[in-house]
Design a protein around this ligand. Structure first.
Ligand SMILES: Nc1ncnc2c1ncn2[C@@H]1O[C@H](COP(=O)(O)OP(=O)(O)OP(=O)(O)O)[C@@H](O)[C@H]1O
Ligand SMILES: O=P(O)(O)OC[C@H]1O[C@H](OP(=O)(O)OP(=O)(O)O)[C@H](O)[C@@H]1O
Length: 211
């Protein structure tokens, strides 16, 4: 059995993903969600988990530093890479939405300033709508931008809507549903076909139990 390396981000994705992986019978004795370790191996040495920034997961997989990556569809849409996207894990569910002040109107004649962690997704969305934009790339706390007059609207992740609500903002339009995807390096899929398919089969079985 060849060892599989799986890249994912610490935090909300890892906490749920590791529960799913452990459902397949794999066990990571050292893992706990407050650990500062960045690399874990299961007790039978089948899987090596590496923790990287969410936006870097597709890069590790494209370059072959990881065979498999678990990453939000938002990251894959913003910066597409040459990888296979083979499975939806049904975790990390949220939406990418346009948000702003209640009653803000977005029309074809608008010229909008848009703040986002996802400038490419935002640009493509408004181009499709024939709306001219000035896109401002931010790396977090995006909801602040309309409040201080830096942007008319934002494009950001919405899950419960609490962050928007607490900042006096509302969803103006939904762009796309997001969840965590399993991506695979193209060469790894050729070389480690059996291992990868077995792993995915076990994950599917775990998902069925979960549903
Ligand atoms: N509020 C949320 N609810 C559900 N899923 C979310 C939420 N926010 C982000 N996600 C999903 O989880 C992934 C990782 O989010 P996370 O907040 O851990 O990363 P990040 O904000 O990009 O990284 P960092 O906090 O290190 O800057 C996102 O790419 C997205 O797919
Ligand atoms: O609808 P909610 O349940 O409130 O979740 C949405 C919030 O979660 C994410 O932020 P995150 O915690 O990753 O912080 P950051 O992007 O500002 O770093 C996202 O960017 C929203 O701000």
């Amino acid at each position: 059995m060849k060892l599989l390396t799986i890249a994912m981000a610490k935090g909300r994705v890892a906490d749920e993903a590791i529960q799913l992986i452990e459902r397949t019978g794999l066990y990571f004795p050292d893992y706990h969600n407050e650990s500062r370790k960045l690399l874990f191996t299961d007790d039978r040495k089948h899987i090596k988990l590496i923790f990287v920034k969410a936006v870097d997961v597709p890069t590790y997989v494209e370059k072959g530093a990881a065979d498999i990556g678990l990453v939000g569809k938002d990251v894959l849409m913003e910066d597409p890479k040459e990888v296979y996207e083979l499975m939806d894990l049904g975790i990390g569910k949220c939406k990418l939405s346009v948000a702003g002040f209640v009653g803000a109107e977005i029309t074809e004649s608008s010229y909008l300033s848009v703040a986002s962690k996802y400038p490419n997704v935002a640009k493509a969305y408004f181009e499709e709508m024939n709306i001219r934009t000035d896109i401002i790339k931010l790396n977090g706390s995006v909801e602040l931008a309309p409040l201080i007059g830096m942007a008319d609207v934002i494009v950001d992740i919405v899950e419960t809507g609490t962050t928007l609500k607490e900042n006096g903002l509302t969803v103006l339009a939904d762009i796309v549903d997001i969840s965590v995807k399993l991506i695979v390096n193209k060469a790894s899929y050729a070389i480690k076909t059996d291992e990868i398919q077995q792993f995915m089969k076990h994950l599917y079985a775990g998902l069925e139990v979960r549903i």
